[in-house]
Design a protein around this ligand. Structure first.
Ligand code: NJP
Length: 231
């Protein structure tokens, strides 16, 4: 097992599907999210399919937990080949003047700052890989403003800029590729929260995003590229 992956928000939805897809490709996948029960289910599915995974229950909004996770992983492995920054929260959809400051602070903390903390913690292990892939999940509302999506959208817009800067800073290594992935409408708990009236069958399943990502990882593409999954 020589390829190591860390997927955040792997207890359900897009993160779980990406984790399962990377495991099918032969990577050992470390699954993180808060829910141990959710992580265990994904781990069981990976093992049942012949793959390899470890769970690491963690609240990403707690910075000290990220440090502990990095210490545990770097104590056992020397390099990280895939880092998938997927965990995020939606928060309330509300007019800008009614954004709740406490919720906005939690949202920026998780959707933006926790990802910077993960990058800082795992940068040495990513650079130790001969070909590392860093994937961050963004959203169309992070690229173009949309009424009532200001809080979530601004967290994703800032994440794109942050990851773009990291792509520029690491491009000279030729060994670390950043992909900013806009999954488009996908059948998950977050999507159901945002569009409660929608029939789930109207949108694609998370596995479609994972399959597209696997195909992208096999392509010859520049670092820092933003890709939207259509359909
Ligand atoms: O989200 P959801 P999706 N600490 O809510 C975890 C983007 N996106 O799969 O902690 C650690 O089903 C949570 O686990 P748990 C979106 O912005 C989606 O739809 O156990 N983990 C769960 O595993 C996001 O970046 C759509 O509750 C925490 C996961 O995060 C990505 O795609 C459209 C946590 C969230 O699963 C995956 O979203 C779009 C914490 N504090 C962008 N809080 C779409 N679905 O249509 C939550 O444009 N998690």
């Amino acid at each position: 097992q020589d390829r190591l992956a860390l997927v955040t928000g792997a207890s359900r939805g897009i993160g779980a599907a990406i984790a399962e897809a990377l495991a099918r490709e032969g990577a050992h996948v470390i699954l993180t999210a808060r829910s141990s029960a959710g992580l265990e289910q994904v781990e069981e599915r990976i093992h049942a399919a012949g793959g390899s995974a470890t769970i690491a229950p963690l609240d990403l909004s707690k910075g000290e937990d990220i440090g502990k996770l990095a210490a545990a992983i770097s104590g056992r492995w020397t390099k990280l080949d895939f880092l998938v920054l997927n965990a995020a929260m939606l928060g309330s959809l509300s007019p800008v003047e009614h954004i709740d400051p406490k919720e906005y602070s939690r949202l920026i903390n998780l959707n933006l700052m926790a990802n910077q903390a993960l990058l800082a913690a795992f940068d040495p292990m990513l650079r130790a890989s001969e070909s590392a892939e860093l994937v961050a999940l963004t959203s169309s509302v992070g690229a173009a403003p949309r009424a009532f999506w200001g809080a979530y959208g601004s967290s994703k817009a800032a994440l794109e800029i942050l990851l773009g800067a990291y792509a520029d800073e690491t491009s000279h290594t030729g060994k670390l590729r950043v992909t900013i992935l806009d999954p488009g409408a996908t059948r998950t708990r977050m999507r159901a929260l945002a569009f409660p009236g929608e029939e789930p069958e109207e949108v694609k399943p998370p596995e479609a995003v994972a399959e597209r990502l696997l195909a992208l990882l096999g392509e010859d593409r520049p670092t820092g590229e933003k890709v939207r999954v259509e359909g």
